[in-house]
Design a protein around this ligand. Structure first.
Ligand code: PLP
Ligand code: SF4
Length: 453
């Protein structure tokens, strides 16, 4: 395969794309308006190999990386459009963007203040520890991606350069932390996209993890969208071979290397480049598990999911999670109701073989944990959602089915009420029962802000 040169399309240059020329000026302006609030980045692979330009503006992969007018509500859109139309200066435009951004719940599920652990009394930057067995690491060079998903819940870190984003550099501290916490078996390296980093930088982190005596650590996971957005990372990038060799080194060292691949649409699995990249990764002894949110305008159809899971299994990947869209940014545009999500999951799940049924969903990642909708049922005449925790701040909560009143319109956990006239869910009854706490202040915070977010 010839060397593929990466080219990004952003707010500054997307109008130069030949494919964009058929789109109306009004729509281009809309993209610009929304692109001033949410980050805009696509690239030549997405544009040339994934988007079906005959179907634009409704093409799902077009919607995936190019901003859509309805991602902003009417008032926000008009405010931003007015600022651009009257030719405001840079600072005025930025002020307008930022005012809108803070109204879009930029940090759901207590990401910034609740999950940051401490080591020797110091906050560990770039680390989150919410569930006992898995610690999240955000290496600073991996806090961007080869393209930005329009629905991304990490959008604030791409538009605000420093204060609110978490990104760590201190590997030694991370290793000491893992060493001091024998309950940790997994590190999940995440971003952004850690595979945006060059191999050299990634290797510094991984080799440090391998070299140090952390026998409790059995799995290194890498959360990435690079297979979907830039498979050449494993094929023709200048350090592609070194990356594959590094993967092999990890697996030969006896650690399980799990690539947590993010795919939103079956089209991302159809190019020769992605197929070849998957095959190269599997040859290193790593495994690929897949996940995606369920998204209106992109993949809210059971056929899309069954096709995606079948294709993944055929290529040797393991379907893992189906998420619901988080309550941030453009949730009103991409989100679908819990009832519809359950219906899509169930229909897709029923139509695939057991090998695809490793996938668990639909899941909401909320402050108290990962909540899965198990189904909808009627108990003594009351229609209910049956739910369970797949992960909980208190591990005792996991896999205890519980019930919420059925609500056709509910889109997130905080829309739900306990069923059968109860005033609280079981885990809300005693806040002192939170056993696991990585941050000393967590329980206090939890009591203060009991609301789900
Ligand atoms: C999902 C998630 C994990 C990993 O959970 P698994 O069930 O092991 O995949 C770890 N930490 C956080 C904060 C998460 O949201
Ligand atoms: S690849 Fe992941 S982190 Fe990057 S923009 Fe998409 S959803 Fe967000």
């Amino acid at each position: 395969m010839s060397n593929k040169k990466y080219k990004a399309y952003t707010l500054q240059n997307f109008r130069t794309l030949p494919q964009i020329q058929n789109i109306s000026e009004e729509q281009k302006f809309s993209m610009e308006v929304v692109g001033h609030v949410f980050p805009l980045k696509s690239n030549n692979y997405v544009v040339e190999k994934l988007i079906d330009w005959d179907k634009v503006p409704h093409d799902p992969v077009f919607v995936l990386t190019f901003p859509q007018k309805e991602m902003l509500n009417f008032l926000h859109f008009e405010k931003m459009a007015a600022a651009l139309r009257k030719g405001s200066n840079k600072q005025e435009i930025l002020d307008t963007s930022n005012k809108i951004r803070v109204e879009l719940n930029p940090h759901p599920a207590g990401q910034v203040d609740q999950n940051v652990p401490s080591l020797n009394g110091q906050k560990l930057k770039g680390v989150q520890h919410k569930y006992p067995e898995t610690v999240l690491f955000f290496p600073c060079q991996g806090q961007t991606c080869h393209a930005y998903c329009s629905f991304c819940f990490r959008w604030p870190q791409f538009v605000w350069s420093n204060d609110l984003k978490f990104a760590g550099k201190e590997t030694e501290q991370l290793i000491e932390y893992v060493h001091n916490h024998p309950e940790i078996t997994d590190i999940l390296i995440t971003g952004g996209d850690p595979l945006f980093m060059n191999t050299n930088n990634l290797s510094t982190y991984l080799k440090a993890l391998l070299k140090t005596a952390t026998p409790n650590l059995s799995t290194i996971r890498i959360g990435t969208k690079v297979l979907g957005y830039w498979p050449y990372r494993f094929l023709t990038d200048s350090d592609a071979d070194e990356l594959l060799a590094l993967f092999k080194e990890v697996t030969l060292a006896g650690k399980h290397l799990a690539i947590m691949a993010h795919f939103n649409h079956p089209r991302e699995l159809k190019t020769n480049a992605v197929k070849e990249a998957i095959s190269q990764i599997l040859k290193t002894g790593a495994q690929i598990r897949t996940q995606s949110p369920l998204l209106a305008h992109i993949n809210n159809d059971p056929k899309i999911w069954s096709e995606m899971w079948n294709e993944q299994v055929k290529l040797g990947c393991i379907p893992y999670y189906m998420f619901l869209v988080r309550d941030t940014g453009a949730q009103h545009y991409f989100g679908i109701s819990l009832a519809e999500a359950m219906d899509i999951y169930q229909k897709a799940y029923r139509s695939v073989s057991g090998l695809s049924r490793t996938v668990r969903g639909p899941i909401m990642s909320c402050t108290p944990g990962k909540v899965q909708i198990l189904g909808i049922n009627e108990i003594y005449g009351e229609k209910v959602f049956v739910l369970q925790f797949l992960q909980g701040r208190n591990p005792d909560w996991v896999r205890r089915p519980f019930f919420a009143e059925y609500d056709e319109k509910a889109m997130w956990f905080d829309d739900l009420k306990p069923a059968f006239g109860e005033d609280k869910f079981f885990f809300e009854k005693n806040t002192d029962n939170i056993k696991f706490s990585c941050a000393d202040s967590q329980k206090e915070l939890w009591k203060k802000s009991f609301a789900f977010s």
